[in-house]
Structure formats: structure tokens, C-alpha cells
Design a protein around this ligand. Structure first.
Ligand code: COA
Length: 404
């Protein structure tokens, strides 16, 4: 059997930052309340031109460069998100095109749990020998679906992206086990109420139906219960016990939820990675961003056992046990890595320029068509106005002839 080892990683956080004090100027809240109830101090907000696709590309470029791979080396791209650029097309295909990859790509929606679902899917493709290199991304531009007047939700969320390259290997490193769960009976507790069931109408928008709505207390109860259980199940499936776990990387939704889950598991907080203070809840991006920061801070050492665990809309939950092992890449490969990185970057810049140029041409064409259509309408009405006296005269003659 093949194992899916993580050989590349990258993250992207928008430069724009919203602090608790900024929020206190927008809604009836305070820094003290937010810190005490959630642990969040700041969150990053996508700026103009930044979307799920563009942030995914940034994180993916970093992950590919770290893996020493080119986009063309990828066999599959999985993008977990709840806030894609459009309903259709999937942002995954936009990312594939902007990267210049030549492989299948699909979008995965499992709420904040999406990245762990994506990792499990990558492992399934790899273990069967179907694919060798898979890019798994978790990205959110969730700030665009948040009601900035609803203090219960707007203080919680942030934007960002995280990506990993999962590569087939023979040694038991990478994803050793995973647990996926869903309980749709709790769907109403976390939802954006538009879609095929409730189509967008001016009334729906006026009622704020297009915003993310949440029953915070119910989600809190569900999360504290499910995080510990899912992690324990994945650890046991990997044939391990809690003492084998070196680092727990939980979904960063609320510091109190994380602390309660750790207590439930009997895991000390120094074995739990927390970065919620900087990013808030970035939904599907939260676990990959935390993983990348844990690696950057030297908290994932060769041979370490990591447990990733998340929960989210659906309601869903998932956990995965990962043995950290990025065995040294061959010398020749490390020599080529900077070249690969430069090629990736040049390719991305070109693709992005092409996409933007394509969009501008389409918009210009639409505007020209619109203007031409208007000109025809104006000419038609002018012609009708000019011909009206003539019609009237002809009609009069016609009536007179008939009478005579
Ligand atoms: N600032 C100040 N007060 C706020 C507030 C805010 N931003 N948001 C809510 N409150 C108020 C409430 O209105 C309530 O007031 P009341 O007692 O007068 O009715 C009070 O604070 C306590 O509300 P409560 O819901 O009990 O707070 P809480 O301790 O449960 O914290 C959440 C609220 C939302 C932070 C918490 O429930 C939570 O984190 N839930 C899980 C959310 C989550 O993880 N969602 C994403 C899942 S992927």
C-alpha cells in the first residue's frame, strides 16, 4: 500500500487586518468580550481583487515550490471551500488554470471540516496507486458572506488559504488513518440560506438570507463533544494511543472549544497548536494554515505523530492521524527547486494576466454590444417618429378612398 506523505506546504493571509477594536466600532462588542469568549484578537480580510481562487493560487505556489514540483507534475487538485468565487464554475478549475496545471480539479464542500475531508480523499487516491502528486487546498473568503451587523457571527471569522502537496511513498509516513463524520439533522445550526431550495430574490436579500447564520450555543455543544471523540477514533484506528500524539492541530473556531476538547482527550495544551488569536475562524483554511505555522515554528519534527481534527457546517467532523516525515529530497532535486519555483511563479503571473485580460475583453465586448443595441433602439424609435406623419396621411387617404 502507498502512503500519502506531505512534501510541500504553503499559506496565504491577506494583508488587511481587522482587530477587535475595529469591530467594536462597527457593532456592540468589545475586545474583552471577544478575547474572553473566543480567544480571537485579529483576523485577516480579503482585499480588493483577492478571492478564494487567487488566495488558493498563492498558497499552492508556496506548497509546490517547497515540494520542488511544477504545476504540471500534479495529478489532481482538491479545493475545500464554502466561499468559492462563484456558484458555477468551481473555483478549483480557476485555480488549476491560473496555476497552469494539467490535471483534474474539483471543489469539496464539507464546511470547516473540508480540508481534512480533502486530505482523506487524497490519501484514498494515493493508496490505490491511482495518483502520485495531489494538491489539497483549504481556502475561504468568508468575510463576503458575513453579516457585518450581526455581532454573534462577524467577530468570529477571517479569510485565508492553506495548501499541501500529498505525494505517494512506500514508507508509513503521511496520512495513517482518518475518520469522517456527518449529521445533517443539525444542518440548521450553521447555514447560508440560499440555493436551489431558496432562490435569491430581492425579499431574501432584504431579509439577510444570503448571510451566514449560526446558532452559536448549539454549535459550541456539538463541537466540544465531537472533537475529542473524532480525534480519539482516528488515533485508535492508526493503532496508537493518546501518548503517541506529539501535536494536536484542531480547527481554530473558539479557544474554549479547543481547550475543552483537549481536556476531554486528556491532552496538555502544550501539545495543542493554537493560532486563533491571529486569524479567527478561517473555516476550511483554518487547519492547513495552522499546520503550516506549526511546521514553520519547528513544532513538527521528523517522525512526529500529528492529529488533525475539525468540525463544521453540515454538521460535519473529521480527524486524521499524520506521521510527519519529509525525508530528504535527492540532492539534484534540491538544486532544481529554485528553478522550479521561478518557473511556477512566471507561469502563475502569465496565467493571471491572461485571465484578467480575458475578463476585460469580455466586459468590453458586452459593453459594446449593449451600446450598439441601445443605438439600434434609438434609431428605430427615431425612424418610427419620422414616419408617423406619413403613416397618418396614408391612413387618411386610404380611409377616404374606401368611403368614396
Ligand atoms: N459581543 C458582545 N456580546 C455578545 C456578542 C459579541 N460579539 N455575541 C453575543 N453576545 C452576547 C449575547 O447576545 C448574549 O447576551 P444575552 O446573555 O444578553 O442574551 C451573551 O453575549 C452570551 O451569549 P452566549 O451565546 O451564551 O455566548 P457564548 O459564551 O456561547 O459565546 C459564541 C458565543 C458564538 C462565541 C460561542 O457560542 C461559540 O463560539 N459557538 C461556536 C461557534 C462556532 O464555532 N462556529 C463555527 C463553526 S465551524
Amino acid at each position: 500500500m502507498k502512503y500519502g506523505r506531505i512534501v510541500g506546504w504553503g499559506k496565504y493571509a491577506p494583508a488587511r487586518v481587522l482587530t477587535n477594536d475595529d469591530l467594536a466600532r462597527m457593532v456592540d462588542t468589545s475586545d474583552e468580550w471577544i478575547v474572553a469568549r473566543t480567544g480571537i484578537r485579529r483576523r485577516h480580510m480579503a482585499g480588493e481583487g483577492e478571492t478564494t481562487a487567487t488566495m488558493s493560487v498563492e498558497a499552492s505556489r508556496a506548497a509546490l515550490a517547497r515540494a520542488g514540483l511544477l504545476p504540471q507534475d500534479l495529478d489532481l487538485i482538491i479545493l475545500a471551500t464554502t466561499s468559492p468565487d462563484y456558484f458555477v464554475p468551481p473555483a478549483s478549475s480557476m485555480v488549476q488554470d491560473m496555476l497552469g496545471a494539467k490535471c483534474g480539479a474539483f471543489q469539496l464542500q464539507a464546511g470547516c471540516t473540508g480540508f481534512v475531508y480533502g486530505l482523506a480523499t487524497a490519501q484514498a487516491f494515493i493508496s490505490t496507486g491511482l495518483h502520485k502528486n495531489i494538491l489539497v487546498i483549504g481556502t475561504e473568503t468568508i468575510s463576503r458572506n458575513v453579516d457585518w451587523q450581526d455581532r454573534e457571527t462577524c467577530v468570529l471569522f477571517g479569510d485565508g488559504a492553506g495548501a499541501v502537496v500529498v505525494q505517494a511513498c512506500d514508507e508509513p509516513t503521511g496520512v495513517l488513518s482518518f475518520v469522517l463524520g456527518s449529521d445533517g439533522s443539525g444542518a440548521q445550526h450553521l447555514r447560508v440560506g440560499i440555493g436551489a431550495r431558496e432562490v435569491i430574490t430581492p425579499e431574501v436579500i432584504a431579509g439577510g438570507g444570503h448571510f451566514l447564520r449560526m446558532n452559536g450555543r448549539e454549535v459550541f455543544k456539538f463541537a466540544t463533544h465531537v472533537m475529542g471523540h473524532a480525534a480519539a477514533e482516528a488515533i485508535s484506528q492508526a493503532g496508537m494511543t493518546l501518548s503517541d500524539v506529539d501535536l494536536l492541530i484542531p480547527h481554530q473556531a473558539n479557544l474554549r472549544i479547543i481547550e475543552l476538547a483537549a481536556r476531554h482527550l486528556g491532552l496538555p495544551m502544550d501539545k495543542v497548536f493554537v493560532n486563533i488569536q491571529e486569524y479567527g475562524n478561517t473555516s476550511a483554511a483554518s487547519i492547513p494554515i495552522a499546520l503550516v505555522e506549526a511546521i514553520e515554528q519547528g513544532r513538527c519534527k521528523e517522525g512526529d505523530t500529528l492529529c488533525l481534527v475539525g468540525f463544521g457546517a453540515g454538521l460535519t467532523w473529521a480527524a486524521a492521524v499524520v506521521r510527519w516525515g519529509v525525508s530528504e529530497r535527492p540532492f539534484a532535486m534540491s538544486l532544481f527547486a529554485p528553478i522550479a519555483r521561478a518557473r511556477t511563479q512566471a507561469g502563475v503571473t502569465l496565467r493571471t494576466a491572461q485571465t484578467v485580460a480575458g475578463m476585460q475583453v469580455t466586459m468590453a465586448r458586452h459593453q459594446l454590444q449593449k451600446r450598439a443595441g441601445k443605438a439600434v433602439e434609438v434609431a428605430k424609435s427615431a425612424a418610427s417618429a419620422a414616419l408617423l406623419p406619413l403613416y397618418t396621411r396614408v391612413d387618411k387617404w386610404h380611409t377616404r378612398d374606401k368611403r368614396e
